[in-house]
Design a protein around this ligand. Structure first.
Ligand code: SAH
Length: 371
């Protein structure tokens, strides 16, 4: 088992937290106890299908092994600091990840589906100019246990009558900058022995880390959403600074390659509607030109304001006009319904509690967190 997985998941001193350990890592753990690999599948069933987080209740595992597990391993979830509920049914949890840091996850009920939006980092180093998380700076990557813990916490709070049907990595942080810990979580979400969700119902959203998009298609091709927000490099450089390293043409090339490996074959492009910044019909036409004839759909996100932002949301007439111009250009486009903004749970409003510990703006930050 790689050293980093072990140390990342260790919460109790001296005990290994098994939450979030996937595949070979979990089998190797049982191997280190001279146990057969099928023990891993048994444990996954108890943890993620039956929601049992107590070794003593895992009755198809021998008593001797259960006693051993209790001595050397733990099944620890992060603590919930508080929960808020929106008038529209959206729920948000503030989750303690230690040392004064807290992240947020959001449950969004819709007819026919229940989505949980989870965080992958405390803060974010991408520094997108219109995002509340980015404005706080970056503290650290979450461990796999802290990421998956958000799913288990929500599931317990929601109860068996409200099963989660979709998981989106659209909370705080850049999931592909925490690749090492996000991948085991994604694998557990789509593993039939664990959560068993379809690949199409697990979405990774990225600001555009091209090398990791390429790697992702080899590791697990779940649904991909890309935060595009501008059809030209000059504007995207300003809104999504990672564009200076991986410009639009390179990003789109990686997306089309990724789409080739996807069952659904479509990449979603997110586009926050910013008044007088990126919302002109000429932007829609340029976007149409980039995406026409490609396996792409566009999700227009009305900008969600937060304290201190200099941006405003485009008018709904302007958003409709933009959407129609995209459709006229032959691109499939939808407008995202804003949910939970009364509890600051809408896209880009998640702030949690983050102590910035980055030294400078973009350059230094990106080198330090991209792995
Ligand atoms: N780091 C990932 C996940 C970010 S949050 C990414 O960049 O994709 C998910 C989406 O919300 C992204 O498309 C992000 O650009 C968008 N977003 C961020 N701030 C927003 C805001 N204030 N209003 C609307 N959308 C926003």
């Amino acid at each position: 088992m790689p050293e980093n997985t072990l140390s990342a998941a260790r919460t109790d001193p001296g005990k290994l937290n098994l939450i979030g350990l996937a595949g070979r890592d979990l089998e190797d753990f049982f191997g280190s106890l001279d146990e057969r690999p099928y023990r891993a599948r048994q444990l996954l069933g108890w943890l993620y299908q039956r929601d049992v987080l107590d070794f003593r209740r895992m009755t198809d595992i021998s008593l001797r092994l259960r006693e051993r597990l209790e001595l050397i391993a733990s099944l620890a979830l992060p603590d919930v600091i508080r929960e808020e509920r929106s008038v529209d049914g959206t729920r948000k949890w503030l989750i303690d990840v230690g040392a004064g840091q807290a992240v947020e996850s959001v449950f969004i009920p819709e007819p026919g589906r229940s989505t949980l939006c989870i965080s992958s980092q405390a803060g974010c180093a991408m520094d997108c100019s219109f995002c509340a998380t980015g404005k706080q700076g970056f503290n650290r990557n979450l461990t796999a246990a802290e990421i998956l813990g958000q799913v288990l916490i929500a599931r317990r709070a929601l109860g068996a009558d409200t099963p989660l049907t979709n998981i989106v990595f659209m909370g705080m942080g850049e999931p592909l900058a925490n690749y090492r810990n996000v991948i085991p979580v994604v694998k557990l979400l789509i593993d039939d022995c664990a959560f068993g969700l379809s690949r199409r119902r697990v979405t990774i959203s990225t600001a555009g880390l091209v090398p990791q998009i390429r790697r992702l298609s080899e590791d697990c091709n779940v649904a991909l959403a890309v935060s595009l927000h501008a059809p030209h490099d000059s504007l995207r450089d300003e809104l999504v600074p990672i564009n200076r390293r991986h410009p639009i043409a390179e990003l789109l090339e990686a997306c089309w390659q990724y789409a080739d490996c996807l069952a659904s074959r479509q990449v979603t492009f997110e586009y926050a509607m910013l008044r007088d910044v990126n919302d002109d019909v000429s932007h829609a036409r340029a976007l149409g030109h980039l995406l026409r004839g490609r396996p792409a759909k566009v999700n227009l996100i009305p900008f969600n304001a937060f304290p201190g932002t200099r941006y405003e949301c485009s008018s709904s007439a302007k958003i409709d006009e933009f959407c129609n111009a995209l459709r006229a250009a032959g691109v499939f486009a939808t407008i995202r319904k804003t949910r939970g903004d009364d509890i600051a749970a809408a896209c880009g409003q998640l702030a949690g509690q983050v102590k910035d510990r980055t030294l400078s703006r973009l350059g230094a930050k990106l080198t330090r967190v991209t792995n």
